[in-house]
Design a protein. Structure first.
Length: 297
């Protein structure tokens, strides 16, 4: 049984564990309550509705199971967990629209391209693909994109031949894109600053019609792993901060360098860190009310 983080909501993590016996995902109730209540002490907050549900002999509580999750003190603690159906029932205990927004994200299934691509991204860890990717090259980025979006987009792994723009910003001219990408590939990778500079330039190049951000963040981590034995724990970088920094990076990369440097970790072989990072990376791409134009796709 492996602890897996598979969903982020408003930059907060909801942890889950896969139960082989039931073949189900079980989600941490305290994480779920923390998201909906916005309280810094969700375990304490959960005691009130838990007592009420127990007194009423609610089916919600009867369907709870307990699993161990790592607490903030780095010790495993038993935690109440519910399946999708249990969380849907529990959400009714919380007024407002936030429970519905979260449940919609949690139970959306694997219907969209992003859902299917995200599932493929989780499977990259420990796969043979990591052994064959050309780290830091355009070919390596194309390999990642082809893996994430193969069978989903007919242009998976293919460099775009059309111009694209988001908002008032136009990415690299398609006519000169091969030369632009070749120039980016030659950029040095001997220091953290050089590596992030290369990542920023690749984002401006935007070599694919869609899926650039999701592919490039994995590409960046592989460069960091190879050269510095580090990677970015993307779960430590909030969506608003990341998107604002990437917009700003077109003219000034100071902020994105500061954000990624503060989130560096040497746990480069930690599956949980990787899974959390993928989940947050895909969360960056979801459309929100505050962000109508997420151009870092």
């Amino acid at each position: 049984m492996n602890e897996i983080s598979i969903r982020f909501f408003d930059d907060k993590e909801v942890r889950a564990v896969w139960d082989d016996e039931d073949s189900k995902w079980w989600f941490s109730v305290t994480d779920f309550v923390g998201v909906l209540s916005q309280t810094p002490r969700p375990r304490n907050y959960w005691h009130v509705p838990r007592y009420r549900l127990k007194k009423a002999k609610s089916q919600v509580l009867l369907n709870c199971k307990r699993f161990k999750f790592m607490a903030s003190d780095n010790k495993p603690r038993w935690t109440d967990c519910l399946t999708n159906d249990g969380l849907i029932a529990l959400a009714k205990e919380f007024p407002g629209k936030e429970p519905n927004r979260f449940i919609e994200r949690l139970t959306r299934g694997d219907e969209t391209i992003d859902d299917q691509s995200e599932a493929k991204a989780y499977a990259i860890f420990g796969s043979s693909l990591f052994e064959t990717i050309e780290v830091g090259t355009v070919k390596g980025l194309r390999q990642i994109h082809a893996y994430l979006f193969g069978g989903l987009y007919d242009f998976a792994g293919q460099i775009r031949t059309l111009d694209i723009a988001k908002g008032f910003f136009q990415f690299a001219d398609a006519r000169f894109l091969p030369e632009t990408l070749a120039s980016i590939e030659r950029m040095p990778e001997s220091s953290f600053e050089e590596i992030v500079a290369k990542y920023v330039e690749m984002n401006v190049g935007h070599p694919f019609m869609e899926g650039n951000g999701r592919s490039a963040r994995i590409w960046l981590d592989l460069i960091l792993k190879k050269n510095l034995k580090l990677q970015v724990d993307w779960s430590l970088i909030g969506k608003k901060d990341y998107m604002a920094a990437m917009r700003e990076s077109v003219t000034n990369s100071t902020r994105i360098k500061a954000l990624t440097q503060a989130a560096l970790t040497d746990k480069i072989n930690d599956r949980e860190v990787f899974i959390r990072g993928v989940s947050q990376s895909y969360y960056y791409e979801e459309e929100d009310d505050f962000m109508e134009d997420d151009w870092d796709e």
